[in-house]
Design a protein around this ligand. Structure first.
Ligand SMILES: [Zn+2]
Length: 162
């Protein structure tokens, strides 16, 4: 199950972050999910609920999902267009030399968290902000599916075996 792997990765990332930043409780996690990431948001939410019950730091957390539109860049005319609408071929110049520039990723956009500042008055106060932002990308599992889906459409690439 695709979603399970991503949530597993996400939960691990959050666990590590919690340890690093002395986070006691995560309030909400905002994820940006690409349109062609292959992630089913319903399934994703189910997996999340499962992990929530197993990770104390996540027990009261809220999962927010935001969709990133898929955009394809065309090398023929240097333009960009909506991937879902036009697919692999550029609608302007009909070049097939195109590639996805966004929309196949799953990114942690924002994490709201509480830190243990009551218990430990750390000298380093940087970690005690109520809001922790993270640029952590969890693209590894996501890309495989999206890419196979797109490559199968352009199965025209010649195999050169000598
Ligand atoms: Zn074009």
């Amino acid at each position: 199950m695709h979603e399970m792997g991503i949530v597993l990765h996400l939960a691990k990332t959050l666990d590590e972050l919690a340890e690093e930043q002395h986070i006691t409780k995560i309030g909400s996690v905002t994820l940006e999910i690409g349109e062609v990431s292959g992630i089913m948001t319903d399934l994703f939410t189910d997996c999340w609920d499962y992990f929530k019950s197993r990770h104390p730091v996540l027990s009261d957390s809220e999962l927010r999902l935001e969709t990133i539109p898929a955009v394809t860049y065309c090398a023929g005319c240097s333009g960009t267009y909506e991937t879902l609408r036009y697919g692999k071929e550029c609608p302007y110049c009909h070049s097939a030399e195109t590639w996805l520039v966004q929309g196949d990723q799953c990114i942690i956009k924002e994490i709201e968290a509480e830190t243990e500042e009551d218990e430990a008055e750390a000298e380093d106060e940087t970690a005690s902000e109520a809001e922790t932002e993270s640029d952590a990308e969890i693209t590894s599992e996501v890309e495989t599916d999206a890419e196979t889906a797109f490559d199968s459409e352009t199965a025209s690439a010649p195999e050169d075996e000598s």
